[in-house]
Ligand binder design. Structure first.
Ligand code: ADP
Ligand code: MG
Length: 296
């Protein structure tokens, strides 16, 4: 009988990887990480399951993930069924009252519960909320109102999610919120994630999307900008390097960092387990925007 331990090479690799995650687990235990979930990671089944597992894993090692989601493709499908044409301006969905009904039904009713179910299926304990619940988010009209019921975040009161996090639940938040009169507004999910991260003094804001990160040339995936400061991020918007849906993303990173969030990341949700790669390794995928606390 051999006394050799029955460990194969893959086993050894697995325990090494786990062991190397230890300092990261220790560093992020009890810290809040706000994750904007969207894009391919929401549509492709294999990626979806990987995201759910990553979020459940974060929660089970004591990190406190908060998931904020949009629902772009699903909203468009339902608008299509009702013969309503989707219209976008500067990366934001122009929202008439009929469109708002669809946005609310799809995001709060369907997409939110799909995410909650998905997380629970892999052993997470997820709770779904919209901006209305517990007065979490109050909206106000975006800009001059020409985009209709598109909202900005007027106010965030995270008191409803703190006890959930304390109890080990994973809050899943859809980006619909009422104004002071109770009228529901459609808010860009990146924006909600950024404001929530700021209001909760989060360690990290992570935006999952379908590009490698912020690109110097948006048609060249090789032109990834891996790290930039607040002022460099502002310049990229002013210069038009950042356009379309990347504008609200970059703006919300800037706002969150300016309000004390330690780091904001724009990650490629098409890379399986990009969340774990970001939180538990040094490989630095995607674009990291650093606040002034990190510099100098
Ligand atoms: P999401 O559904 O994740 O919110 P969006 O479509 O709203 O994604 O925003 C991401 C899009 O922004 C990219 O697919 C790209 O077309 C566009 N974009 C504009 N400028 C840039 C840039 N400099 N780098 C990367 N993407 C950019
Ligand atoms: Mg977007």
């Amino acid at each position: 009988m051999s006394l050799e331990p029955a460990m194969t090479t893959p086993d050894v690799l697995r325990v090494e990887v786990l062991s190397e995650a230890l300092p990261y687990i220790q560093r992020f235990r009890g810290r809040r990480v706000v994750i904007k979930y969207g894009g391919a990671a929401m549509v492709r089944e294999d990626l979806r399951d990987a995201v759910f597992r990553d979020v459940a894993l974060l929660a089970s090692v004591g990190v406190e993930p908060v998931v904020v989601h949009g629902g772009g493709p699903e909203i468009n499908q339902w608008l299509n069924r009702l013969s309503i044409e989707p219209v976008f301006q500067e990366g934001l969905r122009v929202t008439c009252p009929d469109t708002m009904d669809v946005v609310e039904m799809v995001l709060v009713g369907r997409v939110n519960k799909q995410i909650v179910n998905g997380l629970n299926r892999v052993g997470g304990r997820a709770v779904g909320l919209s901006g209305a619940d517990g007065g979490l988010v109050q909206a106000r009209t975006h800009g001059d109102g020409s985009l209709g019921l598109v909202g900005d975040v007027a106010q965030v009161d995270p008191s409803v999610i703190i006890p959930l996090l304390d109890q080990g639940y994973i809050p899943v938040i859809s980006s619909v919120a009422p104004n002071h009169e109770g009228q529901p507004y459609n808010i860009n999910a990146d924006t909600v994630a950024g404001e929530l991260a700021a209001a909760m003094d989060a360690e990290k804001l992570i935006l999952l999307t379908d590009t490698p990160g912020i690109l110097r040339d948006r048609d060249d995936p090789e032109s990834l900008i891996d790290q930039l400061s607040l002022s460099e991020a502002r310049e990229l918007i002013n210069d038009g390097v950042v356009a379309g849906g990347m504008v609200p993303k970059t703006e919300c990173c800037i706002r969150a960092l300016a309000q004390g969030v330690r780091a904001a990341h724009i990650l490629d949700g098409r890379v399986p387990h990009s969340l774990l790669l970001e939180v538990f390794t040094n490989s630095g995928i995607g674009t990291m925007v650093l606040g002034s606390r990190q510099q100098g």
